[in-house]
Design a protein around this ligand. Structure first.
Ligand code: NAP
Length: 177
């Protein structure tokens, strides 16, 4: 295959704690540039204050949201990546675990800096309703309200179904600082 025939792949990385409409907008913007490699970061984390959802649940959320949007699943590669003590080694680890990508779309300044240093083109996404489409805001609302009703417009229905599973809700409801 010549270089001009190679598919353009765009990498997006996130914790997806949980997947929300801001992430869906990010993925939609990446899809406009090419096929999408989604790195599920902090893969080792789960059932903690900042990271309540396990890697398996986050993978399930992403796959369900992609299906719900009617996007062609063959345009996505989804790879979990554990955190590592060194930022430079994290980029090398991401490169080792993913198919070749050309562009990185991220709003995270550290991720932007790390990939720019390695020579990648980095594109910032347009923020989608950033005042509410944020993992922290959604986790705080979930803990306070113990219900997804107030989050209906910012958490896709497919993701709500996963958050609504009894063991997930039980964990969130029991979280106390
Ligand atoms: P995140 O909060 O889930 O966000 C993922 C992406 O979605 C970011 O680019 C974010 O941009 C974007 N986004 C969020 N809300 C949006 C909205 N409303 N509209 C449009 N875009 C929106 O995850 P993250 O913290 O960036 O994830 C980075 C992952 O890389 C983490 O798991 C981190 O641990 C990992 N990492 C690890 C190392 C290491 O192990 N040494 C080093 C670097 C990164 P914004 O940031 O602008 O919201």
């Amino acid at each position: 295959m010549s270089s001009s025939e190679r598919p353009i792949r765009v990498l997006v990385a996130g914790r997806f704690q949980p997947v929300h409409s801001g992430h869906i907008s990010l993925i939609e913007q990446a899809l406009e540039l090419g096929d999408v490699v989604i790195v599920v970061g902090s893969a080792e984390k789960g059932r903690s204050w900042d990271d309540p959802f396990t890697c398996r649940e986050r993978l399930e959320m992403l796959k369900a949201a992609i299906k719900e949007k009617g996007w062609d699943a063959s345009r996505f590669t989804i790879i979990p990546v554990e955190d590592i003590h060194s930022n430079e080694l994290w980029v090398a680890k991401v490169e080792m675990l993913t198919p070749e990508f050309h562009t990185v779309m991220t709003g995270n300044r550290l991720v932007e800096h790390l990939f720019r240093e390695k020579g990648y083109t980095v594109v910032r996404p347009k923020a989608f309703r950033p005042e509410v489409c944020s993992g922290r805001y959604i986790r705080e609302k979930l803990r306070a309200e113990k219900s997804l009703s107030p989050l209906r417009s910012i958490v896709p229905p497919s993701v709500s179904r996963i958050i609504n599973k009894p063991d997930v809700l039980r964990f969130i409801s029991s979280q106390k600082r």
